[in-house]
Design a protein around this ligand. Structure first.
Ligand code: SAM
Ligand code: SF4
Length: 314
C-alpha cells in the first residue's frame, strides 16, 4: 500500500466515481439540453487504462468504485471495462444508471458480483416521465427494476424532486418503495450546469419534504456512515426512504470522493471543473498529479457552477 490520500482538510479519499461516457439516451430537464453536445468517443480511456489507473489509485486506498455517466450502460465496451475492474478485486463496485438498458446487463452484473445499483426515476407517470426526460421508457425502467429485484440486486431509486413537476408524487414513491422493497431517495435539484436556469423554481429543501411526509408517516432515522451523501429513514408504512440534500445540507466536510471522467480527467469534486488529466502520463507524473489534486478539493461548496454534471460524472 502506498501513502493514503488524505487531503488538505484531513478527509481520506477512498471512493471513486467513474464516468464511462457523457452520452445519454434520456435528456432529463435538470441535466442536459435536448441538443446536448458530447465528447468524441476517440477521447475515451480504453478498458486497459482502467486497470492501470484505478489499480494505482487502489494502492493509495481507493476501495469503492461507482460507474456512472452520462449513461454508463451506453458505453459499448461496458462489460469489457467491468472485466478489467474486477481483476483488481476492489471491495465494492456499483453502478448508477437510468435503467433503460439494464435488462441486457443484469446476468452479467450478477455474475460479476456487482449487486448495488442506483436507478434514476423521477416520475411514475408516463406523461410526467416524458416531460422530464424528453423520451419514452418509463415502463421499461419499471420492468427492469422489478427484474433486478427478482435477481436479488440491492436497488436504490433516485428521484430528483421538482416543485410543480413531480413533487405531488412523493407519497406514491413511498408506496412504490414499500411495494418493490427498494430504497427511494429524494434528491434536491443542484445548482449545476443546465439546471441553474430553473433551479430556483424547482427547488424544494429536504426538510420541507420531511415535514410533508411526517404528516402521513412516522419516520425512524437509520444510521449512515459519516461520508454518506444520503440520510435515511424507515417509514411507519414499511418503506425505506432517503434524502440527498446537497443544497440545503451540503456534505462537503466529510466527502471522500474523487471523480474520473470518460476522457481521463481526475477531479477532486463534482463542483470543480478543474482537474488533472491522466492521459498519456507516466506513473511518476501521476504521483505528482495526485498530490496536486489533494490540494484542490474545496471545503465548502460553491453556490453555483455552470459546467455539466454529465461530463464529469454524476
Ligand atoms: N444516467 C445515470 C442516471 O441518471 O442515473 C447516471 C448519471 S446521472 C448524472 C447521476 C445522478 O445525478 C442521477 O440520479 C440524476 O438524477 C442526478 N442529477 C443530474 N443532474 C442533477 C441536478 N442538477 N441536481 C440533482 N441531481 C442531478
Ligand atoms: Fe441522462 Fe442521467 Fe442526465 Fe438523465 S440524469 S439525462 S439519465 S445522465
Amino acid at each position: 500500500m502506498d501513502q493514503l490520500f488524505i487531503d488538505t482538510y484531513h478527509r481520506r479519499i477512498h471512493k471513486l466515481r467513474v464516468s464511462l461516457t457523457d452520452h445519454c439516451n434520456l435528456r432529463c430537464q435538470y441535466c442536459m439540453p435536448v441538443n446536448a453536445e458530447f465528447m468524441n468517443h476517440g477521447s475515451y480511456l480504453q478498458p486497459a487504462d482502467y486497470t492501470t489507473l484505478i489499480g494505482e489509485l487502489q494502492r493509495h486506498g481507493i476501495n469503492e468504485v461507482r460507474l456512472t455517466g452520462g449513461e454508463p450502460l451506453l458505453r459499448h465496451n461496458f462489460q469489457e471495462i467491468v472485466h478489467h475492474l474486477r481483476s483488481l478485486n476492489l471491495p465494492k463496485i456499483s453502478v448508477t444508471t437510468n435503467g433503460l438498458l439494464l435488462h441486457h446487463h443484469l446476468d452479467f452484473l450478477a455474475r460479476s458480483g456487482i449487486l448495488d445499483i442506483n436507478i434514476s426515476l423521477d416520475s411514475l407517470h408516463s406523461h410526467t416521465f416524458q416531460r422530464i426526460t424528453h423520451r419514452l421508457g418509463l415502463e421499461h425502467i419499471q420492468h427492469n427494476i422489478a427484474l433486478a429485484k427478482a435477481q436479488q440486486f440491492r436497488i436504490k431509486v433516485n428521484m430528483v424532486v421538482m416543485k410543480g413537476v413531480n413533487d405531488h408524487e412523493i407519497y406514491e414513491f413511498i408506496e412504490y418503495a414499500k411495494m418493490q422493497q427498494v430504497e427511494v431517495r429524494f434528491l434536491e435539484v443542484m445548482r449545476i450546469g443546465y439546471a441553474c436556469q430553473q433551479q430556483s423554481h424547482w427547488f424544494i429543501p429536504a426538510h420541507e419534504l420531511i415535514e410533508k411526509i411526517k404528516q402521513r408517516y412516522e419516520l425512524i432515522p437509520v444510521p449512515s456512515p459519516l461520508d454518506a451523501t444520503a440520510f435515511s429513514f424507515q417509514t411507519s408504512c414499511g418503506a425505506r426512504i432517503g434524502f440527498i440534500a446537497s443544497e440545503s445540507q451540503p456534505f462537503c466536510g466529510h466527502c471522500s470522493r474523487w471523480r474520473l471522467s470518460a476522457d481521463g480527467i481526475l477531479r477532486a469534486c463534482l463542483l470543480k471543473e478543474e482537474g488533472v488529466s491522466l492521459k498519456n502520463t507516466t506513473p511518476e507524473q501521476r504521483q505528482h498529479l495526485y498530490q496536486t489534486l489533494l490540494g484542490m478539493k474545496p471545503y465548502l461548496r460553491p453556490p453555483e457552477v455552470h459546467h455539466a454534471m454529465y461530463t464529469i460524472g454524476g
